[in-house]
Design a binder for this molecule. Structure first.
Ligand code: SF4
Length: 431
């Protein structure tokens, strides 16, 4: 069997030297990436599917903590040995590049399944772009790929106002039906809420307090996620994406026993110091070789790509990105991502005033601001909206979700150009 290896080539600034020394990895950070940055990893790869090629990471996997030891994986087996390839597909450019890379490596379409987590979880109060789900469906249709959806009931706002257990997760199974998995404490939490209601009606405050205490022991938030890398503080990524994805992968009827899966996701080292330290390949948290005979390997196949490399993959495949990039956003994270800049929140205020108002009202209700120190109005101040008003079709698509498969691949003769949001950094969250 042959081996594939690679090498990264540029370096961090001095403030992040420690990371680069520890990992011996040099990365083009997004904030330094421009349209003139040379392409390093974004070239078309060799189609290696079916050729017995093992894949090795550009930087060896970490073994510096018991946690990292647990997930350590030396290499990936030849692609043809995997039964399914689940791509965690947000619809952002990096997840699009991850899918296109997989196709260019020669993986058959019928083995690839896109998994999209709906951040709003069917709730009336929204956080994500109206266009995101439609873009994901249209992309899957344009490339002849299967897509399955999953979400945590109540979505982002349900978690902000959480009182008791986390809400159940719903996911689409192989036959298209929706399945529902309740967390362990869910039934008891529901029971406690009813008992509290009765105690309140009976004016039995002692009992009410007792139930309240137990309910809070299962979880209580009433605050926004923190703008931190730590997933327990920035709980939205973990609760609404990572955990939902794991439930969806572990419970699909076709992945419960005796199968070998590759999970792919589009994180890149250049996005943040935290991500620069991620493993390119490791065991996935749903790996259960003994109990379920389920092998699950996680491959971050574009982790070394710069932003320029990612756009190169889309350009070569003539893919039109999510409309938010054309309208001026640098990332297709949640529309109201907690990490958004003032000019992007000014853009939300302009395009999706109800979303903006939700944040404003919740800050008053919760007595807790989304920013560390300022209310949303103070945070935005006089910032100029990032919206590129000349992009009329993209604005329409962004707000209506009216996107079809034929909108995804540019017709021949139409030149592919960088969207307005390309190379505009710091404009969205880390997931
Ligand atoms: S995109 Fe932003 S708001 Fe959405 S889950 Fe990620 S960090 Fe949270």
């Amino acid at each position: 069997m042959s081996q594939l290896t690679g090498q990264l080539t540029l370096s961090f600034d001095s403030d992040e030297t420690e990371i680069s020394v520890i990992r011996e990895v040099e990365v083009i950070r997004d904030r330094d990436c421009t349209i003139d940055t040379p392409i390093l990893h974004g070239y078309r790869p060799e189609p290696i599917y079916g050729k017995g090629v093992e894949l090795y990471p550009t930087v060896p996997g970490r073994t510096d903590t018991p946690h990292m030891m647990k997930y350590y994986l030396n290499n990936l087996d030849p692609l043809e040995t995997y039964d399914y390839f689940f791509v965690l597909f947000s619809g952002g450019k990096d997840s699009v590049a991850s899918v296109l890379n997989l196709l260019e490596l020669g993986v058959p379409r019928d083995k690839i399944i896109l998994l999209h987590h709906d951040i709003d979880g069917g709730s009336e109060k929204k956080m994500d772009w109206p266009a995101t789900k439609a873009y994901c469906i249209a992309f899957a249709a344009a490339f002849g790929l299967e897509i399955r959806f999953s979400f945590r009931e109540g979505g982002f706002w349900g978690e902000v106002y959480r009182y008791g257990s986390k809400q159940p997760v719903q996911f689409q199974d192989a036959d298209g039906s929706m399945k529902r998995i309740e967390p362990q404490a869910w039934a008891r939490s529901q029971e406690l809420k009813e008992m509290m209601h009765r105690a309140e009606l009976e004016d039995n405050m002692e009992l009410f307090k007792k139930y309240d205490e137990e309910l809070r022991s299962y979880g209580y938030r009433f605050k926004f996620p923190a703008k931190k890398a730590d997933l327990s503080a920035r709980y939205c990524s973990g609760v609404l994406k990572i955990e939902v994805g794991s439930v969806a992968i572990a419970h699909q009827v076709d992945t419960q026993k005796d199968c070998k899966i590759m999970v792919l996701s589009g994180e890149r080292r250049g996005e943040s110091t935290n991500r620069s330290n991620y493993n390119m390949m490791e065991l996935h948290r749903t790996h259960a070789p003994t109990r379920n005979k389920r092998i699950v390997h996680h491959f971050r196949n574009v982790i070394d790509f710069s932003e320029k490399d990612v756009w190169e993959v889309l350009k070569r495949n003539r893919v039109v990105p999510h409309a938010c990039y054309l309208v001026g956003w640098g990332r297709a994270s949640c529309a109201c991502c907690i990490f958004s800049s003032p000019s992007h929140f000014a853009g939300i205020k302009e395009l999706l005033p109800a979303y903006y108002e939700n944040i404003r009202q919740s800050e008053i209700e919760l007595q807790f601001t989304l920013d560390n120190n300022k209310s949303i109005d103070e945070f935005v101040g006089n910032a100029k909206s990032c919206v590129v008003h000349s992009e009329k079709k993209a604005i329409y698509q962004l707000l209506t979700g009216d996107i079809k498969a034929e909108d995804i691949i540019l017709p021949n003769g139409v030149e592919w150009t960088y969207p307005a949001g390309a190379f505009r950094q710091g404009t969205g969250g880390p997931c």
